[in-house]
Structure formats: structure tokens, C-alpha cells
Design a protein around this ligand. Structure first.
Ligand code: ADP
Ligand code: MG
Length: 351
């Protein structure tokens, strides 16, 4: 097990795409770390560069106290699970799993013993002699995990390992993965474009955009306090309300109401300044009676989320979304008030 220390890592592909742009990252020993960002932001490039499958254009990568920036992939002690699993189709499950040990030139008896252990660990007993084509997606994924852990890597890298599974299986596999990482305890970097997956699984998350990291924090931190508008609009199952406002004598005038300037923003903003006011739909209370400081409007849409509902209020032509708990009946066309809870309003000045 090892920590990961990345400094000013840059990757420019032949052709000129700058996939990583002087990126810094520290992952602690034993941590389950998620790299989250939209397609094309450089997540796979970062993983492949850490694994040694791509060479860095500039910058350094250390695993523990060992600088591996120029080391061959096979000498980095890294286990990787690729997005498409990349299993060898002509090999049995057992041979697939034992492959990294063969590369390491372990003896036949060691290979067998370790592969059998990994089979047991990942619940693949009885499937040892099958070929990947004879397995379900979930089973293939577990074979890929087994192959990645069989040689006791110091670092475990997973590139969107759940994205090829259907929705239901994905939830099961997610729980399995979290439990597995906890049990094995190996430092893990997990790539996903799915913010819900990152929030559910990770100890900490780095949110990436265009080859850079825009915020690093625990799931709670990035959800409650997105550091910028990019993170604010990327994190959350229902998008955060982001409303244009103006600061006026200690308040923010926004969407027909005025809210107190949040404590943490005091001193950062001044009268007359234009800001963007962020409030999560989950962090407002909804009612059908007027309330001071609330967004007042007409309900335009009510969407059933299962246990709760997502209500969209038309506030002078602007949409304000609010999540309403179970048991509250509201119809479109009704008048409604959405009151942000104390301490839940964020102010942004730019992207
Ligand atoms: P992600 O995994 O976040 O979707 P990638 O790391 O795959 O992003 O890609 C980052 C950027 O680098 C994209 O613009 C992509 O088109 C480009 N890219 C990825 N691989 C290559 C390659 N082998 N050659 C040239 N450009 C590449
Ligand atoms: Mg990718």
C-alpha cells in the first residue's frame, strides 16, 4: 500500500491535445479516491499516466516515496481495471486472473495458490474454467478486479469499472466494490463521470475540468460547499439553483426576494456587485403560504422522485427548483414559496 503524490503533471498528446495541465494531486495511503469529471476532461489519461501506460510530458508521480515517473508499467506495482475490462477472450477465468503473476515470473504453485485466493475473494468459485464470453457483465467485472489485485499491488486504479453494467447491477457492484476496498484496504483511485457514484463510494473526490482539478474534498464538502460554479453545476442529482443577483447593503437581491449575505461571503463582496446565488433544491422548504425571504412564484412542473417530488417554481420567468418531502400534495398552477434554509445559500462571483 502506498500514497500517491502528483506534481505539475502535464500530458500533451501528439497532435497537441493538452489532456493534463500541470495537475497536482495527493492521495493518502489506503484512501478510496474518486476522480470525477465530464467526458474528455482527462480522467483516463491521468490513470494511464500513473500506471505508466502513457508517458508524462512534464511533472512527477511518486508512489510512496518512490518516484515512478520514468518507470516501466510492470515495475510500478499498480493494478488497473480498464473501462472495458480488457480480459483475454481466449483464456479461462483462472488464467486471466493469474496473468500478472506469470508476467512477474512467479512459480506455477504460487500462481495457482494466489489465483485461487482471488477467485475466493471475489466470489468467482465454480467459474474458473469458463472464458470471459461465457460470463455476465458483473462476473467479468469481478474477474477484472481479481486480476488487478492478484499480485498485491500497492495502488489500485479503476477506470469507470461500473459503467458497462445495467442500472440495477451497478448499484450492487458499487456496494460490493466499496466493501471490497474496505476489506483489502489498498489505496484506490476510481474514475467516474457519475457524480452520484463518486459521492456514494469515495473518501474524497477530485472534480476535474479540462485537465485540471477544480476542487478536492470529501463528498459532504463538495456537495455542501462547491468551490466554484463548475463544481456547483456538476455535483448533485438535481442541479443546484444558480440565480443571478446583486449585493445591496448586506443582502443579495435575487429572483424577486432578498437574502442575507452568507457569513463566509462577507468581506468578499461589496455593494453593487453582481453575483450568482447558489441554493440546492434539497436545502429549501416549500409552502403554499407567503413567507418572508422566500422565492415566490407559480408551480410550473411537479416531478415525482419516488419518495419526494421535485417542484419547479416559475419566479418572474426564472426557474427555481425545490425538493418537497413525501406527503406534501401540490399541483402545477398553484402559488408557492421556497425558503432557503439558514446557512445554505452560497455566493459565487465567477466560474
Ligand atoms: P476522460 O477519460 O475524462 O473522458 P481522456 O483522458 O480519455 O478523458 O481524454 C482527455 C483528452 O485527451 C480528450 O480531449 C481526448 O480526446 C484526448 N485524448 C485521449 N487519448 C488520446 C490519444 N491517445 N491521442 C490524442 N488525444 C487523446
Ligand atoms: Mg475515460
Amino acid at each position: 500500500m502506498a500514497s500517491i503524490t502528483i506534481r505539475e503533471l502535464t500530458k500533451v498528446y501528439p497532435g497537441g491535445v493538452r489532456a493534463l495541465d500541470a495537475l497536482d494531486l495527493d492521495v493518502a495511503m489506503g484512501e478510496f479516491f474518486a476522480l470525477l469529471g465530464p467526458s474528455g476532461c482527462g480522467k483516463t489519461t491521468l490513470l494511464r499516466t500513473v500506471a505508466g501506460l502513457e508517458t508524462a510530458t512534464a511533472g512527477t508521480i511518486a508512489l510512496g516515496d518512490r518516484d515512478v515517473t520514468r518507470l516501466q508499467p510492470g515495475r510500478r506495482d499498480v493494478g488497473m481495471v480498464f473501462q472495458d475490462y480488457a480480459l483475454f477472450p481466449h483464456m479461462t477465468v483462472l488464467d486471466n486472473i493469474a496473468y500478472p503473476l506469470r508476467i512477474k515470473k512467479e512459480s506455477r504453485s504460487v500462481r495457482h495458490a494466489r489465483a485461487a485466493e482471488a477467485v475466493q475473494e471475489l466470489g468467482l468459485k465454480g467459474l474458473e474454467q469458463r472464458r470471459p464470453g461465457e460470463l455476465s457483465g458483473g462476473q467479468q467485472q469481478r474477474v477484472a478486479l481479481a486480476r488487478a489485485v492478484v499480485a498485491n499491488p500497492r495502488i489500485f486504479l479503476l477506470d469507470e469499472p461500473l459503467s458497462n453494467l445495467d442500472a440495477r447491477l451497478r448499484l450492487e457492484a458499487r456496494t460490493f466494490l466499496k466493501e471490497f476496498q474496505h476489506r483489502v484496504g489498498v489505496t484506490t483511485v476510481f474514475v467516474t463521470h457519475d457524480q452520484a457514484e463518486a459521492l456514494a463510494l469515495a473518501d474524497r473526490i477530485a472534480v476535474m475540468e479540462a485537465g485540471r482539478i477544480r476542487q478536492i474534498g470529501t463528498p459532504t464538502e463538495v456537495f455542501r460547499r462547491p468551490a466554484n460554479l463548475f463544481v456547483a453545476s456538476f455535483i448533485g442529482s438535481t442541479p443546484m439553483n444558480l440565480l443571478a443577483g446583486t449585493v445591496q447593503s448586506g443582502t443579495v437581491v435575487v429572483a424577486g426576494t432578498s437574502l442575507p449575505v452568507p457569513d463566509e461571503a462577507r468581506g468578499r463582496v461589496q455593494d453593487g456587485q453582481e453575483v450568482v446565488c447558489g441554493v440546492r433544491p434539497e436545502y429549501m422548504d416549500f409552502g403554499t403560504e407567503p413567507v418572508d425571504g422566500a422565492f415566490a412564484g407559480r408551480v410550473s412542473v411537479v416531478e415525482n422522485l419516488g419518495g419526494s417530488s421535485l417542484v419547479t417554481l416559475d419566479v418572474d420567468g426564472e426557474s427555481v427548483r425545490v425538493v418537497v418531502g413525501e406527503g406534501f400534495e401540490v399541483d402545477s398552477g398553484a402559488e408557492g414559496w421556497a425558503l432557503p434554509r439558514p446557512g445554505r445559500v452560497l455566493l459565487y462571483r465567477d466560474g
